[in-house]
Design a protein around this ligand. Structure first.
Ligand SMILES: C[S@@+](CC[C@H](N)C(=O)[O-])C[C@H]1O[C@@H](n2cnc3c(N)ncnc32)[C@H](O)[C@@H]1O
Length: 208
């Protein structure tokens, strides 16, 4: 019998793979959350202030969900979603009894209870391994009706190792341009150190 040497790299455990909830639960559990702004970022707060009426909003990969509290306080219907039970526990502590639909679920499986107007992006796409990016692009397009908005922050740079995984401008356009047109694009006003100089505020509108 031939004896072959197995040269494949050892399988990584779940808490070493960002596509697995254990990766994030371990970090929330240890209080190691360098991506967490601890507040509502300025561009988003200004965007919310500019809207004439509340938008039905989804925050995928919500983590601590600071923004959900801000929206709920303004009577915006908001679903905040995370697949890590420890992230959801953290968010629950921050939200208290704010009227937020806080859901522990996988973004790629979750079905909205009602049609959405807005998906808010912050540190979610850059948390996903690149093999999931096409699925992310398809899913945000499926979840929004014509005229619906995708607004938030994108980690635009060539950082290969992550999370956060950097995305190049042309890669982001390839993901979104088939189904969306871009309305706003500028540097983020108040990035925290992990994203500083490489974070862009963008608003995209779902085409008809
Ligand atoms: C880098 S953190 C960002 C958290 C938050 N958006 C913020 O700005 O502080 C990424 C979050 O996405 C969540 N996440 C990753 N993949 C997910 C998925 N497929 N479905 C739902 N949540 C996911 C993780 O559990 C983690 O809380």
């Amino acid at each position: 019998m031939n004896q072959e040497t197995d040269t494949s790299p050892p399988e990584k455990s779940a808490d070493q793979r960002p596509e697995h909830p254990d990766f994030w639960s371990k970090r929330f559990g240890a209080g190691t959350t360098p991506w967490d702004a601890g507040k509502v970022p300025d561009d988003f707060s200004a965007f919310v202030g500019r809207q004439a009426a509340p938008l039905r909003t989804l925050i995928p990969g919500c983590g601590s969900a600071w923004e959900a509290a801000h929206l709920a306080a303004r009577q915006w219907p908001v679903s905040a979603l995370d697949f890590s039970p420890v992230a959801i526990e953290t968010a629950r502590g921050i939200l208290g009894d704010a009227p937020v639909d806080l859901v522990c679920a996988d973004f790629f499986q979750w079905q909205p209870p009602a049609a959405l107007d807005l998906i808010y992006e912050r540190a979610f796409l850059c948390a996903l391994p690149r093999k999931l990016w096409d699925d992310w692009g398809r899913r945000v397009a499926e979840l929004l009706p014509a005229g619906g908005l995708l607004a938030g922050y994108f980690f635009v740079c060539d950082q290969l190792k992550g999370p956060p995984f950097g995305i190049l401008p042309e890669q982001l356009e390839a993901l979104l341009q088939p189904a969306f047109e871009r309305l706003e694009e500028r540097p983020a006003a108040d990035s925290i150190p992990v994203f500083a100089g490489r974070e862009r505020w963008q608003v995209w509108r779902r085409k008809g």
